[in-house]
Design a protein around this ligand. Sequence first.
Ligand code: CA
Length: 225
Amino acid sequence: MSESRRILVVEDEANIRDLIEVALRFHGFATVTAETGEKALRLADRKRPDLVLLDVMLPDVDGFEVCRRLRADGNQVPVIFLTARDTPSDTVTGLTLGGDDYVPKPFSIEALIARVRAVLRRAAPAAPDDVLRVGDLELDEAQWTVRRGGVVVDLSPTEFRLLAYLMRNAGMVLSRSQLLAGVWGWDHGNPQVVETYVSYLRRKLDPLGTPLIHTQRGVGYALRP
Ligand code: CA
């Protein structure tokens, strides 16, 4: 993934803003934040973000108006609206105004990151360097495809993200809590989830060659050829 993509996070609630910012950084994005609509408009102009996560309910100018003004200025940056107002008319308003997507609150961070990636992918076609390779394993982050020895491996979104994380850190032993934070965005959680998904990955990858995911007992996992 393009590691330097910059996301403007516009949200007046500090705890939600922080949560989003931390998660985006975990996933390799750069961030700028604004707590008001006016500041968002200034930053959108000055910082030229690749995408805007735009809360609708802001203390000054609402998110719809921010989007309207961006478009009026000729700024076509992709916009994803965040809002608690989950009514069909709001969805239509947001999309009519030139928003690219709409995420109702409360949302899971994982789902939000997936939307960000999907909108960025639509906005800018993949560069060839979006492909991760380890041994005979090949993962294309832009196309969401995985091949081992040329054979397509069908993965769920979580399996895909876990594998991508392991491949980006190939050769390193990653603890279960590191994986929980990096893949799921959880500071706390049941490490059993990691074990379960590692076993799913092994079941799909191991029949195609020698095992790639190695268990470091009492520590975690490492992916290496
Ligand atoms: Ca708000």
